[in-house]
Design a protein around this ligand. Structure first.
Ligand code: NAI
Length: 387
């Protein structure tokens, strides 16, 4: 059937399988253009079907030729409803690996559950023996804690007092004022329960207990800091508490992995358009401005460029430097003083009339559509596609 984008709120509820495959192919080509480098052999990616986790899986498989197991939570097509973008991304990734004889196994299900952890452990034992890198890249609105059975929901809210700022509807390009009420104590607790480090810790404990972690194993999760204009909604908001917890978990995990010389890291990455980040008010306007400035300065990167650099130069290269809180920083270009000064200038001036001129909101919109396989040059959207 012919597939077109369909929207519910800011969400896109359709995905184009050919467009998604083209996205994967572009990312693989980028990684190949950088040449092969030395890295781990067996890699587990938790949250492997989109954004930073997908880019991590592509760099592992096509940059250092690793066997990968990927876990994600995606839906296949039902009737006229297409599958999710992550479903098609994963199918395409598997196909490209199979064509090149690279081992891949993709497991679809709830990574927070005991059942999926057990399934992954069985797969590692059967096929790979042990893993030497685990990437933890989940972004989810909810998590059922397998220890208590409680379903927790995360919120994007400030802490303490309400936050007044501006945001953009990137579909209509309208700049609006927003006021976001503060999170309650319980909402903060739940947000930390979803996006903090508890589940990462459960994964590493389960993998260690099953003796499927190789000597010298590394594990990495992704975090964000960003500029002061987004602090109330992000770093000092409920999600920021979760990121503090995730970052503390890295230190605990390094201790737990000491006897096998393992290391756990958090990498602070750049703000990018993904399904997760496009849901955050205020941040969407910030990203539209940031893209404009970073593209003009020729320092813009997407997920694949960020992760290629993280793995080749930092994690498996000779450029591992940590900040005062023990984190890897690959957001240094975003946080450069000249970039942030220009963001602040535009932030003060931007409104619905000048948004197209002052920001890259059109780039944001295009990249958002691209996440679902739409708007790619090499795809014939008039042709019927097999969903
Ligand atoms: P995304 O929305 O592109 O991908 C999320 C992934 O999690 C998908 O593969 C999805 O299938 C998987 N997932 C969600 N719930 C799951 C479940 N219950 N079981 C199995 N898989 C599940 O997200 P994005 O943006 O790549 O975020 C990944 C991490 O990177 C997050 O920790 C985020 O905070 C962090 N990060 C993101 C930045 C951004 O600007 N997008 C910037 C810096 C860090």
């Amino acid at each position: 059937m012919k597939i077109e984008p369909k929207f519910r709120g800011f969400l896109c509820t359709a995905a184009h399988p050919v467009g998604c495959a083209e996205n994967i192919s572009e990312q693989i080509n980028y990684v190949k253009s950088k040449g092969k480098f030395k890295g781990p052999k067996n890699v587990l990616v938790i949250g492997a079907s989109a954004g930073y986790g997908l880019a991590s899986r592509i760099v592992a498989a096509f940059g250092f030729g690793a066997s990968t197991i990927g876990v994600s939570f995606e839906k296949e097509a039902v009737g006229k409803r297409t599958g999710t973008a992550g479903y098609y991304n994963t199918k395409a990734f598997d196909k490209f690996c199979n064509e090149e004889g690279i081992y891949t196994k993709s497991i679809n299900g709830d990574a927070y559950s005991n059942e999926i952890k057990e399934k992954v452990i069985e797969t590692i034992k059967d096929d790979l023996g042990k893993v030497d890198l685990i990437i933890y890249s989940l972004a989810a609105p909810r998590r059922t804690n397998p220890l208590t059975g409680e379903t927790l929901s995360s919120v994007l809210k400030p802490i303490g007092e309400s936050f007044k700022s501006k945001t953009v509807d990137f579909h209509t390009k309208e700049v609006k004022d927003v006021t976001i009420e503060p999170a309650s104590e319980d909402e903060i607790r739940q947000t930390v329960g979803v996006m903090g480090g508890e589940d990462w810790n459960l994964w590493i404990e389960a993998l260690k207990k099953a003796d499927v972690l190789a000597e010298g194993v590394k594990t990495i999760a992704y975090s964000y800091v960003g500029p002061s204009i987004t602090f109330p909604i992000y770093r000092e908001g409920a999600i920021g508490m979760a990121k503090d917890n995730l970052e503390d978990t890295a230190k605990e995990l390094t201790k737990k992995l000491q006897n096998i010389n393992g290391e756990a890291y958090v990498s602070v990455n750049k703000a990018l358009v993904t399904q997760a980040s496009s849901a955050i008010p205020v941040v969407s306007l910030y990203i539209s401005i940031l893209y404009k400035i970073m593209k003009e300065k020729n320092i813009h990167e997407g997920c694949i460029e960020q992760i290629q650099r993280l793995f080749e130069d930092v994690l498996y290269g000779d450029n591992l430097k940590l900040d005062e809180k023990g984190r890897i920083r690959i957001d240094e270009l975003e946080m450069r003083e000249d970039v942030q000064n220009e963001v602040n200038n535009i932030w003060e001036k931007v409104n619905s009339q000048n948004i197209e001129e002052l920001t890259d909101v059109e780039g944001f919109r295009k990249e958002f559509l691209k996440l679902f396989g739409f708007g790619l040059d090499n795809v014939d959207y008039d042709k019927d596609a097999e969903v």
